[in-house]
Design a binder for this molecule. Structure first.
Ligand SMILES: Nc1nc2c(c(=O)[nH]1)N[C@H]1C(S)=C(S)[C@@H](COP(=O)(O)OP(=O)(O)OC[C@H]3O[C@@H](n4cnc5c(N)ncnc54)[C@H](O)[C@@H]3O)O[C@H]1N2
Ligand code: MOO
Length: 410
């Protein structure tokens, strides 16, 4: 079996994910934040849905002065009442911001630009434009928010596949919807191996602090997964087998960390193979992260298993090129494409196509971070993305591809 490079891994994982596209359910708007919209939603009617005033003031009909109607409504009804009856020529009517504009209105004069005078000879209250009011106040349709100005009935409100933002939810509410169809979040179980790994305090020589427990659950949630289980398992064949089996029954995606090697202490590869209905790849032609395995366990749909390598940076590159596209596919979300950038410095040839944590300098010029060994994290904390380095290396000034990090950036 050939070993995919990073670009092929993204394609394979995304296609696999799409074959288990998650079901859709309507959710109330506040529960939709960060969820993936399952399909495109259109406006059932125009936004705004009626002509309304943009200012507190007066609806006027024709040139000043006007005869001012007595205010007929206040409180809860005031916004609707202002538009209930047509406005006759030569008349003005009090109106609130957001109030319905009566038929016959030529413009809205804001209250600070108008002056209520005493009664005229006929006993009518008169409204005048103040001497210092700008002439634009009387421009046709001044301060009127027209129905349909923002969105026409039948127009697309939001495209399917997008991750819903606070603005999207607010806009949907304006359109009068109470719920949106969102994809179920893939259930993700996280199994972490490594007898030498401790989860608190200072590790002794031969021990290492767990880097995955603090980082991966949030990372998976940010990619749209629902982390249903986080478990540490011993470097033991039987325990690995039972844990994989149980996870496969409960989850859509099983992520393991470590144990992908071929030593007596590594059991993930063998136990995954026992449960696998399909091996998509046993490893990658990419560093760090080359031991990453990807399989489907327990038939279709069963569960996807991604065996992340134990080296912390290797696991992060695998998250970017396998887990992120897998979840995108399952959620019906578009992939984030690699970006073309200019390389600021020479990068020497490498044995296997390599993902290097890299920083963006002035302009779109990029350079690799230091401390970018597979076991290291410092470079990644300083990185703006992964620079993809082909085996031939890169010359200063050459174009190269950068992958965004699998989390929101500064
Ligand atoms: N003979 C070979 N040895 C190794 C090879 C190889 O090709 N032949 N590949 C190296 C590469 S590259 C990687 S990556 C690792 C993959 O190892 P495993 O997936 O089997 O992971 P472990 O052996 O369990 O651990 C590797 C390394 O990572 C540390 N680790 C594990 N879990 C954690 C954790 N939760 N937090 C922090 N660090 C962790 C572990 O202590 C080891 O140092 O294999 C290489 N060896
Ligand atoms: O390729 Mo390893 O995965 O260098 O860390």
């Amino acid at each position: 079996m050939t070993h995919p490079d990073w670009a092929e891994a993204i394609t394979i994982a995304a296609r696999a994910g799409a074959s288990t596209l998650q079901p859709t359910a309507a959710q109330p708007l506040p529960a939709c934040l960060g969820r993936v919209l399952a399909h495109t939603v259109t406006a059932g009617r125009a936004i705004p849905h009626f002509d309304s005033s943009a200012m507190d003031g007066f609806a006027v009909s024709g040139p000043p002065p006007w005869q001012l109607e007595a205010s007929t409504a206040s409180g809860a009804d005031a916004h609707a009442a202002s538009g209930a009856r047509p406005l006759a020529a030569g008349w003005a009517r009090p109106i609130l911001t957001g109030g319905a504009v009566p038929a016959g209105t030529t413009s809205i004069v804001r209250c600070e630009h108008a002056e209520v005078m005493g009664a005229d000879a006929a006993g009518q209250t008169v409204l005048r434009l103040r001497a210092d009011a700008p002439a634009t106040d009387l421009a046709p349709a001044r301060n009127i928010r027209r129905a349909g100005q923002e969105t026409r009935a039948g127009e697309v409100l939001l495209e399917g596949g997008r991750v819903l933002s606070p603005a999207d939810l607010a806009y949907t509410a304006v359109a009068g919807l109470d719920a949106l169809p969102v994809r179920r979040r893939p259930r993700v179980a996280l199994l972490m191996t490594g007898d030498e790994v401790i989860t608190a305090g200072q590790p002794a020589p031969g021990q290492v602090r767990d880097t995955f427990g603090p980082a991966l659950p949030g990372l998976v949630a940010g990619l749209g997964g629902d982390v249903i289980d986080v478990r540490r398992i011993a470097d033991d064949a039987q325990e690995t087998r039972v844990a994989l089996y149980e996870a496969l029954a409960a989850a859509d995606v099983v992520l393991t960390t470590g144990g992908t090697g071929h030593s007596d202490a590594d059991h993930v590869r063998r136990e995954s193979a026992r449960l696998a209905s399909e091996l998509l790849f046993p490893e990658l032609a990419m560093r760090p992260g080359h031991p990453t395995t990807f399989a489907q366990l327990g038939g279709h749909p069963g569960a996807w298993h991604v065996g992340l390598p134990g080296n912390p940076l290797a696991a992060m590159t695998a998250m970017r090129v396998v887990v992120e596209p897998l979840l995108c596919g399952m959620l019906g979300k578009p992939l984030r494409a690699a970006r073309s950038v200019e390389v600021a410095v020479e990068v020497r040839p490498v044995r296997v196509s390599t993902l290097m944590p890299a920083r963006q300098r002035e302009g779109n010029r990029w350079e690799p971070c230091d401390a970018r060994g597979a076991n290291m994290l410092r470079g990644l904390t300083e990185a703006d993305g992964f620079l993809t380095v082909p085996t031939a290396g890169l010359r200063a000034g050459e174009q190269a591809q950068v992958l965004d990090l699998p989390w929101p950036q500064r």
